[in-house]
Design a protein around this ligand. Structure first.
Ligand SMILES: Cc1ncc(C[n+]2csc(CCOP(=O)(O)OP(=O)(O)O)c2C)c(N)n1
Ligand SMILES: CC(=O)[C@@H](O)[C@H](O)COP(=O)(O)O
Ligand SMILES: [Mg+2]
Length: 633
């Protein structure tokens, strides 16, 4: 196997054309087999095998810098940099990450996971190279989806001022996770028409004419003319007008063609964009047919493409999806927004039923929030469905555009809590902290699927900014009988007994139930309060809990800093109540990829650890009290 061989001794540069072809097909086979077993991002990776090989033929790694946008398509790069064995443990706890990681390989020069960062990072490297006087190539690879993100445009605008070489590879497969959207996508799709395809070769020839050494003054003059007609002849005018040389388009399956264009691109003194046309899922029919389903996939059967472990129970996203459909039916002012996550956030049904009230804005979370603010100011009821970690981007828009004006925007925050295999870039463990700091914001979290449904309905009629956070995965269907109506800042008492009060938020209520049972089995009675609101806190419940209990245990799947526990402590301090609070939360650190249950144990928010810590704290308290009593004598 050539793939095996290059892991040990050979560099890809030593291979013949024939061997390169064989290698591409070995990599394709390997990825299909491995990902069918481990799960992971398949479709994008199958589309960039030849492109990645061309990049490796062109670059001298790790000296040169290769930056992947999002990084979900970096599997071939990992294979070509000696990490084949790592695929057995892809995205597993302690195993290889699904994204580029500097700590994993010196050939990964920039960590990614969130979209649209590669041009900024590459530009930073290019300027650093100038200032330090070093000599290396810099290539950023960005997808057509990632190019819809505002940061990418900010970076392009900035890149135009660069005087040294910087290559931006546009990996254009005409897809984000689902269909790419917007004006830029339409513009790029124009390159894919039958005519454009026929002229692919011509386009490349034209492109080569742009390189100074060919010195075709005519082409250069046309390129610099601001006449409409040149747009008919020269593709990529959008980039050219921005001051970025455009080369291409080139067929993403043509290793030698891509390599040639990259070599020419490296002669440009300034930013240059190489447009590569790829296809999601290349070489695996089910992924070619259903690129969205195979964007990020669970383990699947290779023959049929169907999941190996089909889901039987509804997850929180399904519940959100159903409620949104009902709300859309009931109220014409309800509108839904996604930033390129229609499938992941469960808005597909809403989109199908109410296309005129559905907005996919591209990978543009900041814009999505201010856009929602505008919709709300215009009298609608916008619901922005977004993953917790992606909403991090829009902090100022939430503060400045939504909350100062107290506009009724609903933030449906999916993937809140540990998400598992995507790892540190995607864990949704900061939202309570970053939202709590913003005046006028209300934050809720449901204990089970019925409460999520009730909370969404409550939020839509709320007259101010409001967020509902719920986790990835199966929706809890326990505690069904506890369904007191939602009231702002009001918690729900589930059990009242003993001297320990468990004050748990959202998904942690299920864990708190288990802790309650474990404590009971060990001879400790406890009360259980479903916090429901992280902001405002239920002050009455906290006062009552302090009156009747010795120890308050707060539980949240969020980092400790700025989380609910810290706020509960501050509340007691402000009320001069010397009640002992044990704050259970995620430590002040990033959490790696892996199975969620393992991660919960690792960070100490599982039932067993919480029970132990609770008993320890309770016994310590009593030891102190009896010590204090002895001192009194
Ligand atoms: C800020 C942010 N929002 C959303 C996502 C989720 N996401 C991951 S990949 C992707 C689509 C990227 O499309 P493109 O760049 O064209 O890459 P392709 O998958 O087509 O190769 C999206 C929306 C993300 N990673 N980061
Ligand atoms: C790379 C990326 O950001 C997404 O593809 C993400 O992996 C989706 O995660 P879910 O599987 O939770 O939808
Ligand atoms: Mg794409």
């Amino acid at each position: 196997m050539i793939l095996e061989r290059i892991q040990k001794e050979n560099d890809i540069k030593e291979l013949s054309d024939e061997e390169l072809k064989i290698l591409a097909s070995e990599i394709r086979q390997f990825l299909i087999e491995k990902i069918s077993d481990t799960g992971g991002h398949l479709a994008s990776n199958l589309g960039v095998i030849e492109l990645t090989m061309a990049l490796h033929l062109f670059l001298d790694l790790p000296k040169d810098k290769l930056i992947w946008d999002v990084g979900h398509q970096s599997y071939t790069h990992k294979l070509l940099t000696g990490r084949k064995e790592g695929f057995d443990q892809l995205r597993k706890y302690g195993g290889m990450s699904g994204f580029p990681k500097r700590k994993e390989s010196e050939c990964d020069c920039f960590d990614t996971g969130h979209s649209s960062t590669s041009i900024s990072a590459g530009l930073g490297y290019a300027h650093a190279r100038e200032i330090t006087g070093e000599n290396y190539k810099v290539v950023s690879v960005i997808g057509d989806g990632a190019l819809t993100g505002g940061m990418a445009f900010e970076a392009l605008n900035n890149a135009a001022q660069l005087n040294s070489n910087f290559i931006i590879v546009l990996n254009d497969n005409n897809m984000s996770i689902s269909e790419n959207v917007g004006g830029l996508s339409t513009y790029l799709a124009g390159f894919r028409t039958a005519d454009a395809y026929r002229d692919l070769k011509l386009g490349v020839m034209n492109s080569l004419n742009k390189i100074p050494v060919y010195g075709d003054k005519m082409v250069e003059r046309i390129r610099r003319t601001k006449s409409g007609i040149k747009q008919l002849f020269i593709p990529g005018m959008l980039f050219e007008e921005l001051g970025i040389i455009y080369l291409g388009p080139v067929d993403g399956g043509d290793i030698k063609g891509i390599l040639k264009l990259l070599q020419e691109a490296s002669r440009v003194d300034g930013p240059v964009l190489v447009h590569v046309i790829t296809h999601k899922g290349t070489g695996y029919a089910p992924a070619e047919r259903h690129p969205a389903r195979f964007h990020g996939t669970e383990p699947f059967d290779i023959e049929t493409g169907l999941p190996k472990h089909p889901r039987v129970k509804a997850n929180y996203t399904d519940v959100f999806s159903t409620v949104m459909r009902k709300l859309g039916d009931r109220d014409e002012r309800v509108v839904a927004i996604t930033a390129a996550m229609t499938d992941g956030t469960g808005l597909k049904r809403f989109h199908n039923m109410f296309p005129e009230r559905f907005f996919d804005v591209g990978i543009a979370e900041q814009h999505a929030v201010t856009f929602a603010a505008g919709l709300a100011a215009g009298g609608l009821k916008p619901i922005f469905a977004v993953y917790s970690s992606f909403l991090q981007r829009a902090y100022d828009q939430i503060l400045h555009d939504v909350c100062i004006q107290n506009l009724p925007v609903v933030f449906a925050i999916d993937r809140a809590g540990l998400v598992g295999s995507d790892g540190e870039t995607h864990q949704g463990i900061f939202d309570i902290s970053y939202l709590s700091t913003i005046p006028n914001m209300t934050i809720m979290a449901p204990k089970n699927k019925w409460e999520l449904s009730d909370m969404i309905k409550y939020a839509v009629d709320f007259s101010a900014p409001i967020a509902i956070r719920y986790p990835r995965g199966e929706a809890y269907d326990g505690l069904r009988e506890y369904r007191a109506p939602i009231a702002c800042g009001k918690s729900e008492w589930i059990y009242r007994s003993g001297k320990i009060a468990l004050f748990a938020l959202g998904a942690m209520v299920k864990t708190a139930e288990a802790v309650h049972e474990r404590l009971k089995a060990l001879g400790y009675e406890s009360s259980l309060i479903n916090a429901r609101f992280a902001k405002p806190l239920d002050e009455d419940a906290l006062l009552s809990a302090a009156r009747h209990h010795d120890l308050i245990v707060t539980m949240e799947e969020n980092v400790i800093s700025g989380g609910m526990g810290e706020q509960v402590m501050r509340f007691y301090e402000e009320h001069n109540l010397s009640v002992r609070v044990l704050a259970i939360a995620i430590p002040d650190e990033y959490v790696e990829h892996g199975n969620v249950e393992i991660l919960r144990r690792e960070v100490g928010i599982d039932a067993e650890t919480i029970t132990e810590r609770t008993i320890e704290a309770y016994e310590e308290l009593h030891a102190q009290e009896s010590g204090a009593e002895r001192n009194d004598f």
